[in-house]
Each structure stands twice: as C-alpha cells, then as structure tokens.
Design a protein around this ligand. Sequence first.
Ligand code: SAM
Length: 203
Amino acid sequence: MEIDNLDYSKNWWKMAKEINLIPAPNGFICPDDPGEPGLKIPRWSVNEIEARIVSEFCRGLRVLEIGTGLGISTKEIARRAKWVYTVDIDPWVKENIAPSLPDNVLFYDNIKKIGAVNFDAAFIDGLHNYSQCTQDIEDARRLVKRDGLFIFHDAKMDPIRGAVHNAGLQATYIATAAGLVIAWNGGQNGRHDQDADREGGGD
Ligand SMILES: C[S@@+](CC[C@H](N)C(=O)[O-])C[C@H]1O[C@@H](n2cnc3c(N)ncnc32)[C@H](O)[C@@H]1O
C-alpha cells in the first residue's frame, strides 16, 4: 500500500460534489442531513486515509458494510472490492445516498434481508454504542466466512473497543483520526483457527 503517495484526488472531491457534502475535520458532513435516527446528530463520514486503508484491505473481496451513512466509505471500498452489500436503517440514507452508489453496490435497509451470502470481509460503522456494535459483530459473524476480515471505524470510542474486546476478537488497532480496528472472524468464541489448531481442537 503506497501510503505516502495517496492521491487525494479528483475522485474524492467528485464524490463530495455529487451529493452536496461539505468537508469537515476528518471527513464529510451533509448540510441536508436531518441527523442519525434517534440521535439527530449529523452523520460524519470516514476521512480520506481511513477510506483508502479500508478499501485497500478489501481489494478484490466480497464486502458487507454496516452503516452506509453518506456513502463515502461505500464508494471508496467499491473502487477496489469485487462488490459491496451495504446496510443502513435510515430512510433518509435510502432515499438520498443509496441512488448515488456505484453499480457493484447493493443497498439494504435491514441486515436481516441479506440471505446466505458468504462475505470475505465486513466494515462496521453503524450505531456507535456497545449493544448495537455487539449486535453488528454477531450479524457479521453469521454472514462473513470463517477467518474473514472485520474492520471497525471509530475505534477510538470506548463502546466500540469494548464490544470488540468482549466479543473475543483478535484485534489490531490502527491509529487514524477516528481509529480503525482490524480483526478476523474466529468463530463464536472469537478464537482464530490457528489458536484452535495449536490446542489440537476446533472451536
Ligand atoms: C457514521 S455513519 C457511517 C458513515 C459512513 N461510513 C461514511 O463514510 O459515510 C453511521 C450510519 O449507521 C447507520 N446505522 C445506525 N444503526 C444502524 C444499524 N443497526 N444498521 C445499519 N446501519 C445503522 C446510521 O443511520 C448512519 O447512517
């Protein structure tokens, strides 16, 4: 990954123009955004470097995204992933953001509507409280293949780190502006296959 040679390019700013986004510190916000459901706080996108890192990890993969938001991460992941299924429960996102997503993206308003898809990876950036993040991990575990990749945004937030930790995921932190956590889907008790192999059994 050529992290020193990022092209913050036309693509990035073109995305912003498409749906009336304005740059905010470390990401975009949308002046027309009525706010996240229940919170009424405008949603905030990933920033360029975070989007690029997540996208590079997802190169060639079949990706599940929880929390479409302004579609910034979705679009950047879709540039390199095979395809992306993205989920957002907010009708405003369905109406205003989903139509702007590229052809290799499928939008869902409820994760339960996604059938038996064997995803390679999940990017989780939904509601940032402990119980919902725990639920998102459970849902992703059901849909992502064994040893598949999990990436979490906003890993600087205690509820996110707590949910990842208590789910038993083996995780590595990347110190971006909002923090990313990289982990692997090690089954219901969170262990990697390698751990189970070392101990001579499966989980
Ligand atoms: C911070 S935004 C995501 C920003 C996005 N990654 C981007 O770069 O534009 C979080 C989104 O999660 C959505 N959300 C909240 N609860 C959710 C749930 N249970 N399932 C899916 N999406 C959810 C909100 O409606 C909001 O749009």
